[in-house]
Design a protein around this ligand. Structure first.
Ligand code: SF4
Length: 512
């Protein structure tokens, strides 16, 4: 019988002794070997942008920290690009894909331009179905209304499914301040809640985390083995920890993907069935609804359901498309219709169509800046391309840096299932911020100088020639110093030996 193969990596074994462990060429005694980790520690999770009062969010600084964590950056980029490729495969399987996008955009624009009529129709039908309907002009009113409903029922604990609107309203911190326990039922959102972080993506809230990050969070909060980052182990541990809280909750809350005016019902799409738990386990169900979620007819839903999951995750349909129309027997249902700046946005000529967004996240998955900087670097509820055009509508000063976090390549607009001209709106926001004096002086001066240079070809060519020489010969500190904000986060590429213009002049120009 042959001896069993040693389990250790060959490099850790002394060549003449199968039992010995060596590191850096030095033989270790067993105690030392057993007491020190033989694997490197996992890379710590980079944290997102910090908010300092009303000071503009420094997205570039937070993105630089994300890039400096290579395991996170690579995983994030690959995961999201994988979603983008899956989306493309699904799209190619539907011949009428472009017609669906046209139709979805038209339905949304129709509904938004008659929003008052459809909201009233929705309210009337919901009331007929036995639902209590509330109107909230802003985040604070939304939170107060929900708190009031909970107080009326003596509720002390609330389970909720993922909702970007409640993130926008600062709902969880508010509930904590009034002594109500909130438990997120979506796994990714629960991970973020336990880690005291906002979601970094509208569909996959913890997509920026490595498995080892999740293992660390769960070990700290629900007592799992910190060295076990097996996804099945972690998901099961979370299920065991959360189920008793769900079963004991006094009230449940959901968001809303679509509010159907003709039926007065709300539709919530999830892959975990967690909205159904939130809505059906406790007797009290509250749905928070952004007023832009209205669609006129149930038939319209078919268009969006075909687009949503394909655009978001590259899957043909979400696992659960749940319709909530009225309270179940012995229960109570409340709809809270929230404005929170949406009416103002509807009046913004260049930005109102951002209200068409169905929060699929496709623009984020395709954006090269988002993929390499992580959603938390934006320091706002909405990140990625859609965040760049929504966030400044809430606070143009605080989010004045965000519209510059884009290459304007247009990929976001190309994948958007409701055909929002995202990159054009990003560009429009840049112009708007200049008009409102929200762009720092250094950037304004640099842009003005660049504009002058680009409009004078001879000066431009002379500057390029001088820059090539400078890059080749000047000491590094002259180019990479505190005055060059661009160079703080990037390496200037080596200039090619010959410019395109030089090549053209030499090879084509003379012949013309
Ligand atoms: S802007 Fe378009 S692509 Fe981006 S999340 Fe909204 S619907 Fe999806």
């Amino acid at each position: 019988m042959t001896a069993p193969e040693p389990m250790l990596h060959p490099e850790l074994l002394a060549s003449d002794d199968a039992e010995a462990i060596v590191r850096d060429g030095r033989r270790l005694d067993h105690a030392e070997a057993a007491s020190k980790p033989l694997r490197p520690r996992p890379e710590p999770q980079p944290r997102g942008a910090e908010a300092h009062g009303r000071r503009p969010i420094d997205q570039a600084e937070a993105a630089a920290r994300f890039i400096a964590a290579p395991a996170h950056e690579m995983m994030h980029d690959e995961r999201l690009w994988d979603l983008r490729q899956k989306r493309d495969r699904e799209m190619h399987g539907i011949d009428e894909w472009e017609e669906l996008r046209e139709l979805a955009a038209a339905i949304k624009e129709h509904a938004l331009t008659r929003l008052d009529e459809y909201l009233e129709q929705f309210e009337a039908n919901a009331r007929t179905n036995g639902v209590h309907v509330h109107w909230a002009k802003d985040a604070a009113e939304h939170n107060r209304i929900v708190h009031g409903i909970l107080q009326d029922h003596g509720a002390k604990s609330l389970i909720k499914s993922k909702s970007m609107l409640t993130e926008e309203c600062g709902f969880r911190p508010y509930m904590a301040s009034v002594g109500i326990d909130v438990v997120e039922t979506d796994l990714g959102e629960r991970i973020q809640q336990l880690d005291n972080e906002d979601p970094s993506h509208v569909v996959v809230p913890a997509v920026h985390k490595l498995r080892t990050d999740v293992a660390e969070v769960f070990a700290r909060t629900i007592g799992t083995d910190p060295d076990n980052s097996d996804v099945h182990y972690l998901a099961e541990a979370q299920r065991q920890a959360t189920r008793p809280l769900i079963l004991a909750a006094d009230a449940g809350m959901t968001g809303c993907n679509f509010a159907v005016a003709e039926t007065g019902s709300v539709v919530v799409c999830t892959n975990e069935g967690n909205a159904d738990l939130s809505a059906n386990v406790p007797k009290l169900h509250i749905a928070s609804i952004g007023i832009e979620k209205i669609i006129p007819r149930l038939d319209d839903l078919a268009v969006f359901v075909r687009l949503l999951s394909r655009s978001a995750l590259g899957s043909p349909i979400t696992q659960y498309t749940s319709h909530f129309r009225g309270p179940r027997e012995g229960g109570e249902m409340h709809f809270v219709l929230v404005d929170n700046g949406r009416s103002d946005r509807l009046g913004m000529e260049e930005f109102w169509t951002s209200l068409k967004c169905i929060r699929c996240g496709a623009c984020m998955n395709t954006c090269p800046v988002y993929r390499r900087s992580g959603g938390l670097s934006y320091g706002a509820t909405y990140s990625g391309p859609i965040g760049l055009i929504i966030d400044p509508t809430f606070n143009a000063h605080k989010y004045s840096n965000l519209p510059f976090a884009s290459t304007l390549n247009g990929s976001c607009s190309n994948v958007c299932p409701v055909k929002i001209n995202i990159h054009e709106q990003i560009y429009a926001w840049r112009r708007e911020l200049v008009k409102r004096h929200e762009v720092p002086l250094a950037k304004r001066v640099a842009m003005k100088a660049a504009g002058e240079l680009l409009s004078h070809p001879a000066a431009y060519r002379a500057a390029i020639a001088a820059a090539d020489t400078a890059l080749a010969h000047l000491p590094r500190f002259v180019i990479y110093n505190g005055l060059n904000a661009w160079g703080r986060h990037r390496e200037v590429p080596h200039p090619p030996k010959e410019t395109f213009h030089g090549w053209y002049q030499a090879n084509r120009g003379a012949k013309e």
